[in-house]
Design a protein around this ligand. Structure first.
Ligand code: TYD
Ligand code: MG
Length: 456
């Protein structure tokens, strides 16, 4: 191979490498994401070192994991999201758009857990700015405990300090501001981000110090997106929803030590982020009953059922072609559900504009929400309000059949606990446990039957 320095192209969305520029990344299919980065000549691989006994392959039965004790972060919901606290030596990425609350959340960890010796590395804000924020977050209480603030962006210096201090927890804000001498490109470029994350991972594994890494996500994804980091880190927590309202949703997308797709809801207050322990109560309507176009859906968040409001607006198309828009829900799935309503139940929606919205900026992928989407669309179409005490859990198939969804029992008990009187489920659901008192389970087998049940 020629020894002259050469460059490679990286996809800034998924990190895929390519020897030449391409308009579309063949790995993730995104357009215009290829960025150029110089290739650094690798140091010759060192011959395998004489390894000490504990670095040899070991029998599974002999491995002791009792030392994998988890560190509690003093925030109940955050601990739950991580699968019961933070595992020693793990690398955790907190991603989200700028201004959504990543720095606030990570500074709240040492403040709510003063016994933890924390090293907070800030590349974005000065020490004074961090101090001011901490003052506000702790509202004058002296709770800073053993938290060390280090304003530095060169990762070699950061790691040198970290090795000397050996904190219980290290927080790095943010990966885009850090740089390493090992790579020549500018901070925030794909190769810098990969290298910085890899050296933090090595540090975490060698020292056993858990590291929380903050990463910005830009909407256009041009600056290295989170996907590159997703493969490197152990846990990815991502803030979702818009940051206009006061609620913030933090979701676990990847977790090597716990279940994924769990979510925690926080409220941004003057004193920082407050955990919302009962998110269903915040996601179900705050308005008077009697509004058409809303229905309550049951979604599984990891293992916990969550109830939230689906809103639809159906109106005659103002221009020639009807508009369809879905926020927090897959647009193609909405089109499919509208086609089912048209073809299997005879509703003429093709000349109507349909807008769909999930409450609280939630992004929904549980197919169990189909039934509520259909109910909300029909309710808006007829301008007929659904009773406020009924909710829905069922998937809709292409032939208009209502299919059963996972954990129907738990969805029913959660609905009953929140005071719902009626829940619509598929008639093919197998329900093992006794129906809790106070709620009626209405079984429907297809869309026409649902319509009968709702609007008879
Ligand atoms: P921040 O944590 O700085 O966002 P990120 O690190 O993700 O870019 O959050 C900034 C927003 O939060 C900012 O708009 C101000 C608001 N905020 C509050 O409302 N209350 C608070 O106590 C704090 C610290 C921030
Ligand atoms: Mg920040």
């Amino acid at each position: 191979m020629a020894s002259k320095s050469k460059t490679l192209w990286f996809c800034s969305n998924c990190g895929n490498e390519s020897p030449k520029w391409m308009g579309r990344c063949p790995a993730c299919g995104e357009w215009n994401t290829m960025v150029e980065a110089p290739v650094e000549s690798k140091k010759a691989a060192s011959p395998s070192k004489a390894r000490s006994d504990d670095r040899r392959p070991r029998r599974l039965a002999d491995i002791d994991y009792s030392s994998e004790a988890r560190i509690s972060l003093g925030m109940k919901e955050l601990d739950r999201l991580l699968g019961g606290g933070m595992v020693r030596g793990s690398l955790i990425l907190i991603g989200g758009e700028p201004g959504i609350g990543k720095s606030t959340l990570s500074l709240q960890i040492p403040l709510s857990c003063p016994s933890l010796k924390t090293l907070y590395v800030t590349g974005e804000e000065s020490e004074k700015q961090v101090k001011m924020r901490a003052e506000r977050l702790s509202a004058g209480r002296d709770s800073a405990g053993d938290c060390l603030i280090y304003s530095e962006t060169r990762i070699e210096d950061v790691l040198e300090q970290a090795r000397a201090i050996l904190p219980d927890l290290m927080i790095v804000d943010s990966v885009q501001t850090m740089f390493t001498d090992a790579v020549e490109s500018t901070p925030g470029s794909v190769s810098q981000i990969k290298e910085v994350a890899a050296s933090l991972l090595r540090f975490a594994k060698e020292s056993g110090v858990p590291v929380v890494l903050i990463g910005h996500i830009t909407k256009d994804g041009y600056i290295a997106g989170p996907k590159i980091l997703e493969h490197i880190v152990d846990v990815v927590l991502q803030f979702e929803g818009e940051n206009r309202g006061s609620y913030r949703i933090l979701r676990s997308i990847k977790n090597r030590f716990g279940s994924t797709s769990e979510l925690a809801v926080f409220e941004m207050t003057g004193l920082g982020l407050r955990e919302v322990e009962n998110p269903s109560e915040m996601l179900i309507p705050m308005h008077e009953e009697g509004l058409s176009g809303t229905a309550i859906a049951s979604m599984l968040d990891g293992t916990r059922p969550l109830l939230f409001e689906v809103q639809a607006l159906v109106s005659s198309a103002a221009y020639g072609t009807a508009q369809r828009s879905a926020t927090g829900f897959d647009g193609r799935r909405l089109n499919m559900l509208l086609a089912v309503l048209e073809k299997r139940a005879g509703f003429h929606l093709s000349a109507k504009d349909v807008f769909l919205n999930m409450a609280g900026g939630l992004k929904v992928s549980d197919p169990a929400c189909d039934l509520a989407v259909i109910a909300a669309v029909l309710s808006s179409n007829f301008d007929y309000a659904l009773p406020g005490d009924c909710c829905f859990a069922g998937e809709v198939g292409l032939s208009g059949e209502i299919r059963p969804v996972g954990q129907t029992d738990r969805r029913i008990s959660e609905a009953a606990r929140l005071g719902f009187k009626k829940i619509f489920v598929s008639s093919y659901s197998s329900i093992d446990s006794k129906t809790p008192s106070g709620i009626r389970v209405v079984k429907v087998s297809d869309v026409p039957e649902l319509v009968k049940g709702l609007f008879k």
